[in-house]
Design a protein around this ligand. Sequence first.
Ligand SMILES: *Cc1c(COP(=O)(O)O)cnc(C)c1O
Length: 366
Amino acid sequence: MGEGHISGAARHIRQSAWPSAARRKDLASALAAFPRVRLGHFPTPLEPMDRLTEHLGGPRFWVKRDDCTGLSSGGNKTRKLEFLMADALGEGADTIITQGATQSNHARQTAAAVARLGMACHILLEDRTGSADPEYTLSGNVFLDRLHGATVAKRRGGADMTAEMELLAVELRTAGRKPYVIPGGGSNSTGALGYVNCALELCEQSATMGLKIDALIHATGSAGTQAGLVAGLAALESDIELLGIGVRAPQDKQESMVFELAKRTGAGIGCEEAIRREDVRANCDYVGAGYGIPTQGMVESVRLLAELEGLLFDPVYSGKGLDGLIDLTRKGAFGDMENVVFLHTGGSAALFGYTGAFNLPGYQAN
Ligand SMILES: *Cc1c(COP(=O)(O)O)cnc(C)c1O
């Protein structure tokens, strides 16, 4: 993160916080070339967090409410699934296979999307945390996967989940099904189009509201969200500074994953050349002991926002992202910026898999 300020090289080259109407129109037509099924409520609201702003000082904080995408309690995977499910339908699939960690929000949103489209859903859950707490292994997203009618199977932590999905696909094909495999997090160049679309949506909102957005911060995991935003903002020639807060991989690996996927996503919408390595920035200082393992900073941040803004963030992703946002603000990283947007990627269902981590005074499981 360097010495405080997050401003990168982008400023000198990119033109304006309000991408021209022509750029926005070009990107909208590039996106329109891809099949999409409507699964969510868009545009999601862009709202001020004035009590947080008052609490922290510094820039004015906003929240882009992708926790309100509408599908099975919402979240960022819904945008990706609009493009992925359209692709699956185009290929004549009748069954979807995907994978994630036990409390995967992606698995839950996929199960809901598949239910809505009348297909069958097979989910493989990887035990990444080793937790045997029944709340973690059965409540929250795990309960919702089942409620949406998905078939759920478990795999040990560290399993080759891509290979496991391929094995299952072979089995289902032999049984006469037409499976379509969605990678973990829905993060490939098709799914990432959902976040190209989000970049466009956010820039439309900022133009309509006359709001100059200086920076956009969000939790980054399987990379599709950030890759789509990088590609979309590059296509729009936006000078919004984008920062992912990592939840799993170290910085080098996270940034490489995002860059590689942003390039492939950009190729699909004709802006590959505009995507530069220095536009991909992740801060991975807030992961703690590992993916899905609570940190003190996450607990405090989730509680703070619940109490100050009435907003629910999650323990695995958005809560750690928020920890990064708050800590970096306290360290002066946003300098003299005026408006900083936190992209709320959802995940509140996972809270119910983690109530013990919050140690709320007077609150006991029994
Ligand atoms: C999946 C997820 C993310 C991370 O998005 P990626 O596209 O996987 O990087 C962030 N927040 C929540 C709540 C998620 O479920």
